[in-house]
Design a protein around this ligand. Structure first.
Ligand code: SOE
Length: 385
């Protein structure tokens, strides 16, 4: 593989590490048409970005994302930053002809998402939105089973995304709890993933009802330099206002007649990162739980009557999506592998012009559902999309 693809990443915290690992691992395990070169890592603080670059093997550093985008040798801009920074950077990257690998949620609003999509299309760049859970092999296999007609007509979608990292009232006011940076709480951070999966597995949504709640309204001011997202430290005892919701529950109708529910919370004590869904159809059912991500539960009405019941498909066979490139059957994989799969498909999309999803058009549809949710929560009304 002689062809190289020069990557410039912006951001070096949780997602910066997850993406770096993926750029490194993809060519080691998969045959891809170009070799990603970890060219430049960009972040505002020179010392931190240098430490990050050295650790993960990025060749150079930069502290100004505009200068990074101006570099003619950069092919791809990887946006591994909070959502309030995606819009401006994505527009500049697309206008400079760079392909974009963007962390979710896409943007602060559907209006921003619409413009991001248009500018990417006008400049003919690949625009990938990293809803990584689509590329968990068990989820990709569920999609195949649905397409093969194993589940039949879908009646119900039930999805919970549960975390508990802010249950402690002394957990500080990090950026995820501020509207000006995050736009919303779990509705944006977690339900964006859940809605993406619903679009992928069930179809488009036509109506949304939503209810949100706030359990803790003030928190100690955070030291934003502490190690990141889910384990921040407080600066002192001074408190600030939480300006996003702590939990968001949506009920939806899909265009194909199915109905669904979404429960997203950071207050499910004991649940660390539990994304689960259930799909009930006319021929069978599927159940997935990210805490057992190598498994898929399958119920089939085609099984003989006395033998029916949910069975576990261990999604670790080479016949399963992406799995054959890793370890022998039965040797499980983890959270980070879905990011590697995204890089594999992204490099193919750039080099071979194969379609990739989710992209910014999928991101726009997600934004419309999430916004409808907030509108519904505020007005107490059902919103038609
Ligand atoms: C934090 O809630 C978070 O890191 C999300 O932002 C990610 O998208 C999710 O995969 C894990 O949890």
């Amino acid at each position: 593989m002689n062809k190289q693809l020069n990557i410039g990443i912006i951001g070096y915290k949780f997602m910066g590490r997850a993406h770096s690992n993926a750029w490194l691992k993809a060519p080691l395990f998969f045959d891809i048409p170009a070799h990603p070169v970890l060219k430049v890592a960009c972040g505002r603080q020179q010392e931190s970005v240098s430490d990050f670059a050295q650790k993960w093997g990025w060749e150079e550093t930069e502290t100004d994302w505009r200068r990074l985008i101006e570099r003619p040798d950069i092919d791809v801009i990887d946006i591994a930053l909070p959502q309030n920074l995606h819009y401006e950077i994505a527009l500049a990257a697309a206008k400079a002809g760079k392909h974009i690998f963007c962390e979710k949620p896409l943007s602060m609003s559907s209006r921003q998402a619409e413009e991001m999509l248009k500018v990417c299309e006008d400049n003919k760049v690949v625009h990938y939105l990293n809803h990584n859970y689509r590329r968990v092999p068990a989820v990709a296999h569920a999609k195949k089973m649905l397409e093969d007609g194993k589940i039949g007509r879908i009646f119900h979608w039930r999805c919970c995304y549960q975390q508990d990292w802010i249950v402690d009232p002394e957990f500080p006011l990090t950026w995820q709890l501020k509207k000006e940076v995050a736009q919303a709480g779990p509705q944006w951070d977690l339900n964006s993933h859940a809605v993406d999966l619903a679009h992928f597995l069930v179809g488009d949504i036509s109506t949304v009802s939503c209810l949100t709640s706030n359990f803790i309204t003030e928190r100690p001011i955070a030291n934003e330099n502490s190690s990141g997202n889910l384990s921040a430290e407080a600066l002192g005892s001074e408190k600030g206002e939480v300006t996003v919701e702590d939990a968001a529950l949506m009920m939806v109708r899909f265009k194909n007649g199915a109905v669904g529910s979404f429960e997203a919370t950071r207050f499910a004590t004991g649940r660390k990162n539990r994304l689960s869904f259930e799909i009930y159809g006319s021929k069978g059912s599927l159940v997935f739980d990210m805490e057992k991500m190598n498994e898929l539960q399958y119920f089939s009405l085609a099984d003989p009557e006395g033998d029916q019941g949910f069975r576990t498909i261990l999604v670790t066979e080479s016949a399963h999506p992406y799995v054959g490139n890793w370890w022998p059957a039965g040797h499980i994989i983890g959270y980070e592998h879905a990011f590697v799969h995204a890089v594999v498909d992204f490099v193919k999309a750039v080099e071979e012009k194969t379609p990739i999803s989710p992209d910014f058009s999928d991101g726009l549809k997600i934004m419309q559902v999430l916004e409808a949710g907030l509108q519904s929560a505020e007005s107490g009304r059902q919103i038609l999309l």
